[in-house]
Design a protein around this ligand. Structure first.
Ligand code: ADP
Ligand code: MG
Length: 626
């Protein structure tokens, strides 16, 4: 191995640069953060070849004194930190004093700056991590405008291995653009421009309103579907925008989180977000959010990682529950009912070209009457039912077990309204029309309910709605104590796999809270002595197995609620009427009544909508009445 030698400071810096400077986007981030720390009101960024050839950042901030230029380029030199205690209350984006030095060790840097109150500034060029004394020799007077200008050329010119890891111009450019976007989001009052060569990517004028900056970056459609949220608990304040469930994405990239105006990623808060949207989004879809967290700097450690992308909260679970609570409250007070949007009806002048619409269908009928054979494309396109707009709404209605006879579980469906109904005597016999006008409703295909409402026609998925209603009621009840149980005269004995038996053993108290009294019965069997009262006898085994299944799949998650929630979903799904169950008029009315009693019934716990609204306006539009 040879002799141990001390590395030269230049090499130390180059190695350390690996932690901070990964690619052009890191350079952009560090330089723009410096501009923002210098209280710039305008930041102009220019890139060439995705930033690999050039990253230039020009700002109108406070500037650097000529005698400080060499220091700014030297590692562990900063104007933002003096004592160890300062680390606990950092209010600037930078503080480690190593970004410029790192960049200068792996690129060619030209730094020019003029402080606000001085007639003249200074400039200097350096490359490959020269020592401070060498840089100092090269400082020259500079008479540019107030502010700082940094040019970084040929990143990794002296580090071929690092250079090999750079991707295409397109990829590097999009990463760099994303870095600018995050900071532009965090600082709406600052004017940002971003150019790639001659092409202008962003020109973002200063905004007073955050929403205006969001709109400038992501468009009107996104901005229009955002809900304002705000919640303060003690010194911690959460505020910003979250998307309606309809504004969802296939990944989490449209989730922006800022802690004390620093863009960060945080797994646990991402989890809280998913938790809040649970039941509102389909699996694999992610909500959109723009959220600020503000708290005293000593409550959050930003010095976890050199790039400062991650932070550590003093009390993470408190922040978690505050965020979850804020979002839940917001959703409960909002009309999230899915509205049916049909494609625009085609103008009468262009018949039969587009895909099937009501108008075309009507024309095809006419056509058929006039000439004996309509155009082939029209007859073919008669297939799809234009009402089936949201495929999810008709797709699998939960794991439907063997169809039980409808009257086998009628009794158990009924006791539902009790917990949330305002007066209990009313629930005994349904007083139709006495205090409340119930809407007209019919069941079709033993699966959907068609309801006439003030706003239009509502199509309800009976299973999805009942499941949602049951879920809400279970959730309310389970927080007050164990669920009501039904004792079994003859215990049900179930064979379990060794793994399932372990899961049952470990969660006995939880299962009992949910109404299942379990006793060990032989090495791999358990005896059930009771079941939740809302389950009919024929669904006990199936439901219990489904719960055990859910429990075995669970990875450790924070908070008891996170464990309980999926179990309640499972239970609700098992207890609800199935698609295919015929319902009596009384059952239909009972279900509809609960729809208004239960909160948050727009989506079933799996995230499928429970109801689709076809508004009167939409109908008029489609029938060309407007
Ligand atoms: P840090 O930001 O962690 O202090 P940097 O290496 O990024 O470390 O910058 C070193 C120092 O150079 C900063 O502390 C600051 O004093 C000065 N500086 C860098 N960029 C600018 C700028 N755009 N405007 C004013 N001062 C700057
Ligand atoms: Mg910095």
């Amino acid at each position: 191995m040879g002799q141990i030698v001390k590395l030269s400071p230049a090499l130390v810096n180059q190695i350390a640069a690996g932690e901070v400077i990964e690619r052009p986007a890191s350079v952009v981030k560090e330089l723009v953060e410096n501009s923002l720390d210098a209280r710039a009101t305008r930041v102009d960024i220019t890139l060439a070849r995705g930033g690999m050839e050039l990253v230039q950042v020009v700002d109108d901030g406070c500037g650097i004194a000529p005698e400080d230029l060499p220091l700014a380029l030297t590692s562990h030199a900063t104007s933002k930190l003096r004592r160890a205690e300062d680390l606990a209350r950092i209010r600037t984006l930078g503080f480690r004093g190593e970004a410029l030095a790192s960049i200068a060790s792996v690129a060619q840097v030209h730094l020019a700056s003029r402080p606000r109150n001085q007639q003249q500034g200074a400039e200097v060029s350096t490359a490959g991590g020269e020592p401070e004394e060498v840089i100092r020799q090269k400082v020259r007077p500079w008479s540019g405008p107030v502010g700082t200008r940094v040019e970084v050329r040929h990143l990794f010119y002296n580090a071929p291995v690092r250079r090999k890891f750079l991707r295409s111009v397109q990829t590097e450019l999009s990463q760099a653009t994303a870095a600018v976007m995050r900071l532009a989001l965090a600082y709406p009052q600052v004017h940002f421009t971003l150019k790639h060569g001659q092409r202008v990517i962003y020109d973002l004028p200063p905004e007073e309103k955050w929403l205006a900056r969001i709109e400038a970056l992501f468009g009107t459609q996104v901005a229009e579907q955002l809900l304002w949220v705000e919640a303060s608990r003690g010194p911690v304040r959460i505020w910003g925008y979250v998307g309606t469930p309809e504004l969802n994405r296939p990944n989490a990239r449209m989730q922006f989180l800022f802690v004390n105006h620093r863009p960060v990623r945080d797994r646990s808060l991402g989890h809280a977000l998913n938790e809040a949207y649970r039941g509102l989004l389909l699996t694999g879809r992610y909500p959109v959010c723009f959220l600020h967290l503000e708290m005293p700097p000593e409550m959050v450690d930003v010095n976890v990682h050199p790039t400062k992308h991650e932070v550590r909260f003093q009390d993470g679970s408190r922040v978690y529950s505050q965020l979850l609570g804020a979002l839940r409250d917001r959703f409960l007070g909002t009309d999230l009912q899915a509205r049916v949007r049909l494609p625009e009806p085609s103008p009468p002048a262009a018949p039969g070209k587009s895909e099937l619409q009501f108008v075309d269908w009507a024309k095809a009928q006419l056509c058929q009457a006039k000439h004996s054979s309509p155009p082939a494309e029209l007859t073919e396109s008669l297939g799809p039912n234009p009402f089936v707009l949201t495929p999810e709404s008709s797709a699998e209605s939960g794991p439907s077990g063997p169809l039980s006879a409808p009257d086998a579980h009628k009794e158990e469906e009924k006791p539902l309204p009790a917990s949330s109904a305002p007066s209990s005597d009313r629930t005994e016999k349904p007083q139709l029309g006495a205090t409340e006008e119930l809407p007209r409703a019919i069941q079709v295909h033993n699966r959907y309910l068609i309801v006439e409402e003030e706003q239009g026609i509502v199509v309800i998925d009976q299973h999805a709605l009942h499941e949602r209603v049951l879920y809400e009621q279970l959730k309310a009840k389970v927080s007050q104590g164990p669920l009501a149980t039904q004792r079994l005269l003859v215990p049900v004995v179930l064979e379990l796999s060794p793994q399932e038996a372990t899961v049952v053993g470990a969660n006995r108290a939880l299962l009992e809270h949910l109404g299942f009294q379990v006793q060990e019965f032989g090495p791999h069997s358990v005896a059930l002595h009771s079941h939740p009262a809302l389950l009919s006898a024929d669904r006990v085994e199936d439901s219990f197995r489904a719960l055990v299944d859910r429990l075995s799949q669970m990875t450790p998650t924070p908070g008891a609620e996170a464990v309980l929630d999926p179990l309640l979903h499972t239970l609700a799904c098992k207890a609800a009427v199935k698609a295919g169950d015929p319902l009596t008029p009384e059952e239909i009315q009972s279900l509809l009544r609960q729809r208004h009693l239960a909160q948050n019934t727009h989506h079933c716990p799996h995230g499928r909508p429970t109801a689709l609204l076809l508004t009167k306006e939409e109908l008029d539009r489609q029938f060309l009445r407007t």
